[in-house]
Design a protein around this ligand. Structure first.
Ligand code: GUN
Length: 281
């Protein structure tokens, strides 16, 4: 049976470290603050936003809340971001996605100052990651690296296979594993012989967006399996992209859903907020 990788306890460790850092900064008279912007009231987004604000409170980070109506125009949102870019009392800016259809997401994300882009979505930060310069890294893949390392697994020299190539998870995940000296393969919906490729992995990161798609037939015995997916199954229970019951019998270690990668995303957002103070000098 696989060892369970406990994202909840590792995320608490990280938030406690951030809390300590924030408290040291406050002794020097520095406040860390995060602007959280939500447009409209998508219920899933409201839950995420509430959890982000709660985490800020836990860590001693001041959250500046902007709950804007669905009808907000792109120009109005751009103006708010420009104001926050200039605002010295705001270290980080987070625009909760998805945005309403009439707003161009890329245009909004590109407007956020790369020095305040705690989500790590700005092309400048994506570029910095790809050439190994300091900057913000997308929270979910950064959280996956922390989960693997803090659970005592080595990435260096290992066969790492990423299933999924999204801008938010798959691509930055591959770059981060490469930065840790893994041997990295990125697979996706058009990959031929996916099972064979996945079975080579010592570390398998699954972010394909299909409930329970990856069963034991994709997994090498003893592999570390990280499940980034989150869905509701036919019984309305949370599940991931990995068929947990099948894979836990063969994997060496596995993340559960919930309680694996999920809590790490918010912990890494908090870490990025503290880091923003350093980047802003
Ligand atoms: N919506 C779903 N995931 C995310 C995320 O990581 N950041 C933001 N801003 N919106 C999201």
């Amino acid at each position: 049976m696989a060892i369970l990788i406990d994202g909840k306890s590792i995320s608490t460790q990280i938030k406690d470290e951030v809390k300590e850092q924030v408290s040291e900064l406050s002794k020097k008279g520095i406040t860390v603050s995060l602007a959280v912007i939500q447009v409209g009231n998508d219920p899933a987004s409201s839950v995420y936003v509430r959890n982000k604000k709660k985490a800020c409170e836990y860590c001693g980070i001041k959250s500046l809340s902007y709950e804007l109506p669905e009808e907000t125009t792109e120009e109005e949102l751009l103006k708010l971001i420009r104001d926050l870019n200039e605002n010295k009392d705001c270290n980080g800016i987070l625009v909760q996605l998805p945005l309403p259809k009439h707003i161009n997401e890329d245009r909004i994300l590109d407007e956020i100052s790369p020095l305040k882009d705690v989500d790590g979505f700005h092309p400048v930060n994506v570029g910095c990651l790809s050439i190994g310069k300091p900057g913000f890294v997308s929270c979910t893949p950064a959280g996956v690296i922390e989960l693997i390392k803090r659970s005592g697994y080595t990435i260096e020299g290992k066969e790492c296979v990423v299933i999924g190539r999204s801008n938010i998870v798959g691509k930055p995940m591959a770059l981060l594993l490469l930065r840790e000296n893994g041997t990295v393969t990125v697979t996706h919906s058009r990959t031929q012989n996916l099972k064979e490729v996945a079975k080579r992995a010592d570390i398998l990161v699954v972010a394909i967006g299909k409930p329970k798609m990856i069963d034991a037939s994709y997994v090498k015995e003893g592999a570390v399996v990280i499940d980034v997916g989150i869905h509701r199954d036919s019984e309305n229970k949370l599940c991931g992209d990995v068929d947990f019951e099948s894979v836990e019998k063969i994997a060496g270690a596995i993340t559960p859903v919930p309680g694996g990668v999920g809590p790490m995303t918010i912990a890494m957002l908090m870490k990025n907020c503290a880091h923003s103070v350093e980047l802003q000098g």
